[in-house]
Design a protein around this ligand. Sequence first.
Ligand code: 26Q
Length: 825
Amino acid sequence: MDEQLNPNDPTLTLTELSEDGATQALLDRVERESGVTPKRSPLSAWMRAAAHACRAELAERMNQTLRSDRKSGAKRVHYLSMEFLMGRALSNALAALGLEAAFKRAAESAGHQPRDVLEREPDAALGNGGLGRLAACFLDSMATLELPSFGYGLRYEYGMFDQHIHDGAQTEEPSDWLRDGNPWELHRPEIHFRVGFGGRVVSEGQDRRWEPGETLHATAYDFVVPGYATRRVAVLRLWQAAPSRPIDFAAFSRGDYASAGAAKQAAETINWVLYPDDSTPAGRELRLRQEYFLVSASLQDLIARHIADHGRLTNLGEKAAIHLNDTHPALTVPELLRLLIDEHGMTWEAALEQCQRALSYTNHTLMPEALETWPVRMLEDLLPRHLELIYQLNAHFLGHVTRHFPDDNELIARVSLIDEQGERRVRMAPLSIVASHQVNGVSKLHSDLMVETIFADYAQILPRRFCNVTNGVTPRRWLAQANPELSTLLDRRLAGGHDWRTHLERLAELRPLADDAEFRAEILAAKLSNKQRLAELVRRELGLIIDPDSLIDVHIKRIHEYKRQLLNILQVIARYQAISAAPEADWQPRTVLFAGKAASAYHKAKLIIRLIHDVARVVNSDPRIDGRLRVVFLPNYGVSAAEVIIPAADLSEQISTAGTEASGTGNMKFAMNGAMTIGTWDGANIEMAEAVGRDHFFIFGHDADEVRELRNEGYNPRAYVEDNPRLFKVLEAIASGAFSPADHARYRGLVDNLLNRDSYLLLADFAAYLEAQARVDMLFGQRERWAGETIHNIAGMGYFSTDRTIRDYAENIWGMPVPTREPDA
Ligand code: 26Q
């Protein structure tokens, strides 16, 4: 705070006031906005007023940030993503603005629990899962590292669906998160661009020019993302589509209202709903329109800003980094070429050079079926000029390949940007690779597999283009905000006090404390209190009582076959059968908690949810079990639920088939909150285990090489059943309807599939998984030792902050090194 300021001056902004002043200002604001006294203002009005108060501060910070970047002519990074899974913003904003204490006092003085106010905010769930949440953590770190940065996305009216469970089965409901308005967004009607679709391409002398058949209007809605311990912010700019002519008056006059409003309807469809992360992405035209709308509006915006700042485009790649979050915004390639060549008169060669300098691309999945392609026919209709430019780029690239590998006709055919088999399709990953200067995977294993498998040909041709940047998570949300009790402990025990929030590597100082009896006890006490909070949530949501002293074993993520929630359930059933067979034995009480959404068309994933519920019903109502095993499925998993669940976990399930989970980021959140991991040698689990020390990790199962060998030699799942009576019994119980007595055949297909195919090798890893779970039980029985192990895990997580991840991107990919801020102590 500026020392000349008088902290009681009413003209000061909220963050310049004393705590008393800020408390009073908040109370005044609530009254002015709601029209009733703060005591009578409903919680939702409190939430909105507090958000508006923060928004005003943040808008000012945004203005200052943008002005100073303009003045310094700094390079900026533009993070293009179809998904930003932001969650709630109020708690984070209050912390960043230093207003937590004032907010707490204000709310309490009006008779409200601060937490009740915070919980009135709906999650901004503009994403499906890992990739979208990573983008949100990145914005937090970009702001905190003071990196000039924009996130670009779409303002979906309906984000991730709400999950409901009826009779154990998932149903989807639209989540109407904008219904009561959005207190965070700053509508910027003055920032608008035109985005075309369809039409034709005409020749003008040597030049080609696109005449779109229809044109939409894009306007900006800004979200300001505060940095921690800095006044700088990142901006998340979300685009909203509108028709260029909202009403056809001729049709209206005829009384034909449907036609009169058709253009408005068509435009708004762009922002209608987030596409689900489907295992087999449906190549729907609306999705392609969404992708192009995002790309075109964002590029026009950043080009306009670049010209305003620098007056020319020949240094675009030097001053602007443009990052593609997977291939979803890959139309950036032809759109940037089109804008530079057709609209700004650049030559093909110069445009391609700027494009390659500016662009970089992250791959987030190895699943061949999840790699995006678009039918040539669809592009012909919707984006004819872009298709021409893609062909031109393809010819250019294949020319390069032919010159360097003249004898390898097969290679040349394989690496074409156009898939010629069947209906011709444009392959978006190769398009992104060829037009970028760097392509990265999201963990070491994933990046290695990427160049060994799906992109092997491209790595042979462009060996220096590929690299790795291991994912991270923001410690502000996932530790400081989600786990206040552990945070207080860290503040007390680490030499730098609270500065681990921006220097997470400080956690390494905890290592010697793994043997400190007092610290172990404090860690256990913090965990217990978080477990009680979770038990309260489960009781509220499901009316189910869980024991906070039991081992809380958590498996939360999107439901996917490769993530193997089914393997976990097999293990649960084996445990159930074992306890039933020897109810008098000394079993370690355990609560197994699942949460996660299945894509609405993903039938197998939905069946797995059903099975979890069926098993839960049987287990939880069996008197022989007597509370020693509980199975819980918590509906409607999202960012806010994760913030309660993760700090309460004793055990984190990260059990994907080795070679399938690109990185995982939930794994990191759990470990830094003091959970032990039971996991396969996959994704970032590997780097985590190495950072923590393998002895402090429960690793099991086949690794990626062994998985490949098994598959190559002709995997036979039945062999594992013949060898393992426990496995046989589990499968038999499921197949015979023991958990679905009213519908014996419900899971027959599921079990048949395991016996005959088992694409994700559940049966091959079953025995090792059970053995690892037994080691977990043993260790949890010695609570002191367990606490020491969890301390090793927390201590090893310093590397997995998105601050480190973003620094790595900035230095090695975006060409914008970040000054290191010295720790406080
Ligand atoms: C594509 C086309 C049409 C419709 C939807 C999609 C689509 C949408 C989202 C395809 C994939 C996704 C999401 C992928 C994803 O979240 N991947 C995860 O990314 C995380 C961050 O890098 C990793 O930690 C996870 O391992 C990875 O699964």
